[in-house]
Design a protein around this ligand. Structure first.
Ligand code: CTP
Length: 406
């Protein structure tokens, strides 16, 4: 539970996206947070306090003059122990209020009264025309300058029937953003390129050769790197996974497509992590038509050609300008310590992550061993996301050491 013990003030201002705030509240609570809901009067026209109270398990406050707070200072009492304040939905009017320091209702007052260091996050939700108008954009720019984190909005069809920017992010995406707010920003300002998932090598137009990689570890690393403040590009083979919020995904199928996608984007990257289970071989005699079962009365014969090594190709560019810092993965079914160290040397990379495979494919947990020039370090069994965060922190430490040495 990533938010265990965290105290979150969830503010609702008036907008139809209030219906999503109910789901968000539930998701925050499920992740271990203690959620204190505060609503504006306008929000109560869209969703009842009873719903929000039932989902948060705590009294919902609306009014600065609420006599249930003994000292009548709700704006102080509700913020002094808060770990973060999230306004979702944040209407155009509420963005204006935040940007100008308005204090004419409880929610705006407590946002202004929040102690230094308590992050304020706002998830705008409004009609596309309202979002795009200069006053709204001025308010958003001002809030960003003031250090308020603006989450979204997303583009798409809107409740009003129009289409465009202004939809509130989905509850799951906002949950990821709240969790990210608590992660150390060890890769702030860095660009990270990751490969993940399996590759698919065609045999004919309807068949191909692939492997059991689910992509979970690579996607977890993409999420962890983004949480750590990096700009992340994920070049992914076919998987059934949702792209982590804020990560740019490039979809590919074959190893050669993956290589092209990577080499097109590698310039300017600080870190490259090759997690994909890339097929070492592809079918050389791909049939342009579906192979028929009775064609010629004999089994089809496939010939193979070796695929390019993507990690080695990226590692080769490092020798030109020193970047990116290359991290490889290796799944070994035996002798992990011995094979891992040898593979790191062979690939010519500074860091290799070994795991015992293939039984971890598709699982939510893993255990890994890091190999670098000073030996190896084991990171014991944990969720892939937890290991990904540890790996990101290890990468950041090494980057720091590197720039100190440079
Ligand atoms: N890799 C790659 N391109 C390939 C093959 C592998 O980028 N064509 C990357 C993987 O993403 C991973 C690492 O190289 O980071 C794995 O190295 P590899 O030597 O291919 O490992 P194994 O497949 O485990 O090798 P082997 O079968 O020889 O044990």
């Amino acid at each position: 539970m990533d938010l265990k013990g965290k105290k979150i003030v969830l503010g609702l201002s008036g907008g139809v996206a209030c219906y999503k705030a109910a789901e968000l509240c539930r998701a925050l609570v499920k992740e271990g947070a203690q959620v204190q809901v505060v609503m504006t009067e306008a929000a109560t026209h869209f969703i009842g306090t009873v719903t929000m109270q039932a989902l948060s398990g705590r009294t919902v406050y609306l009014d600065q003059w609420d006599g249930r707070i003994p000292n009548n200072m709700a704006h102080i009492d509700l913020t002094r122990n808060a770990d973060a304040i999230l306004v979702a939905p944040c209407s155009a009017d509420f963005l204006f209020k935040l940007a100008h320091g308005a204090t004419d209702d409880l929610l705006s007052t407590l946002c202004l009264a929040r102690p230094h260091g308590v992050p304020l996050l706002a998830a705008p939700a409004m009609n596309v025309e309202m979002w795009e108008k200069p006053p709204t954009q001025r308010n958003v720019a001002q809030l960003k300058e003031d250090g308020v984190r603006i989450l979204g909005p997303a583009a798409g069809s809107q409740a009003c029937g129009e289409t465009g920017m202004g939809r509130m992010l989905e509850p799951e995406q906002l949950l990821e953003e709240v969790i990210a707010a608590f992660q150390p920003k060890v890769l702030a300002g860095k660009r990270v390129l990751i490969t993940a998932g399996p590759t698919y090598e065609a045999i004919d137009p309807v068949r191909g050769i692939t492997n059991l990689s689910s992509g979970k570890m690579g996607y977890a690393i993409a999420r962890a790197a983004r949480e750590a403040g990096a700009e992340v590009t994920l070049v992914s083979g076919p998987t059934a996974l949702d792209v982590p919020h804020g990560v740019r995904r490039v979809d590919v199928q074959s190893a050669r497509q993956m290589l092209d996608a990577v080499m097109d984007r590698v310039e300017g990257q600080h870190v490259f992590v090759g997690v994909a289970a890339v097929a070492d071989w592809r079918v050389d005699n791909v049939s342009p038509h579906k192979i028929k079962k009775d064609a010629g009365g004999h089994a089809p014969e496939l010939t193979f050609a070796q695929n390019p090594d993507i990690l080695a190709s990226v590692a080769a560019t490092t020798s030109i300008n020193g970047w990116p810092y290359c991290v490889g993965f290796a799944a070994e079914s035996e002798n992990l310590i011995e094979y891992g160290a040898v593979k790191r040397e062979k690939k010519g990379i500074p860091l290799l992550v070994g795991n015992i495979g293939p039984q971890t494919f598709g699982q939510d947990e893993n255990a890994i061993v890091l190999f670098d020039d000073s030996g190896h370090t084991a990171l014991p069994q944990a969720s892939k996301l937890s290991l990904a965060r540890q790996l990101v922190s290890e990468i950041a430490k090494r980057l720091e050491k590197r720039s100190l040495l440079a």
